[in-house]
Design a protein around this ligand. Structure first.
Ligand code: IPD
Ligand code: CA
Ligand code: CA
Length: 249
């Protein structure tokens, strides 16, 4: 936070010109590692900037030290820390914190999802056409058939509002809180979605890959919705939808 408000951080590029990492990403990761290693020294860690610290523990922490780094680097207060915990390959806990608006999302498998300790649930919207959606765009892989630009174009030409916040973890939490009816993205990593996808499921929503199969954070595609628009959004993403696409040109 202090680094953000005082602009006190250096920015470097990863792959591609705008795939950024800042000093704050590394500082956040270090602070999170210290806490986990102190309390659970034998647990497996997977974190965006360091990669894997492999152990034979049945517990694996999946960490995005800042999700929304481009926002952070440009002074946009829309980013978060995202931490998921797997036990024997199953996500059992997710925590996402956006310090700028002091929103703490938390989910534990079987116990629901909360925002600042208040239970949250997904929306009741039943149609994609009247939904408010959110998505994100990768740095590559944009132009494939049914790729990110084509799907986005299909939806906005039909008049569906599709937002782009720049933080997949926040996108997912906002679906869980009913602010968005659905989220889809073509190319995420496990640290982007680990905590947020459990949040959506525990808030009563549904999360899958683009075929409708149960979601795994170790493959790139995600569709996360309130459940009611899920099958329809899968059809839109795969261009099997009968009515969308004939709207505004
Ligand atoms: C990014 C954000 C963004 C998504 C990108 C991610 P980062 O994570 O989650 O919303 O569209 O694919 O890489 O780089 O800010 O941690
Ligand atoms: Ca991320
Ligand atoms: Ca990150």
């Amino acid at each position: 936070m202090q680094r953000f408000f005082q602009g006190e951080f250096t920015i470097s590029n990863k792959e591609g010109i705008n795939n950024l990492v800042t000093e704050a990403d590394h500082a956040s990761e270090k602070a999170i590692f210290e806490v986990i290693k102190n309390d659970y020294p034998d647990h497996f860690l997977l974190s965006e900037e360091t990669g894997e610290i492999v152990t034979d523990s049945k517990y694996k922490w999946i960490i995005d030290p800042i999700d929304g780094t481009v926002n952070f680097a440009h002074g946009l207060p829309l980013c978060c820390v995202s931490i998921g915990l797997e036990q024997d390959g199953q996500m059992i806990m997710g925590a996402v914190y956006n310090p700028f608006v002091k929103e703490f999302f938390f989910a534990q498998r079987g116990y629901g999802a909360t925002l600042n300790d208040k239970k949250i649930t997904v929306s009741q919207e039943t149609s994609v056409l009247t939904s408010c959606l959110v998505t994100g765009f990768p740095y590559s892989y944009l132009d494939q058939p049914n790729g990110p630009l084509e799907v986005f174009s299909r939806l906005i030409r039909a008049g569906v509002p599709v937002r782009r916040l720049g933080s997949a973890a926040i996108d997912l939490c906002w679906v869980a809180a009913g602010r968005f009816d659905g989220f889809y993205e073509h190319k995420l990593n496990a640290w982007d979605s680990a905590a947020g996808y459990l949040m959506v499921e525990e808030a009563g929503g549904r999360v899958s890959d683009f075929t409708g199969s149960p979601y795994s954070p170790y493959q790139p595609h995600i569709i996360a919705t309130n459940g009611k628009i899920h099958d329809e959004l899968i059809s839109v993403v795969n261009n099997r939808h009968a009515t969308l696409g004939s709207g505004r040109q």
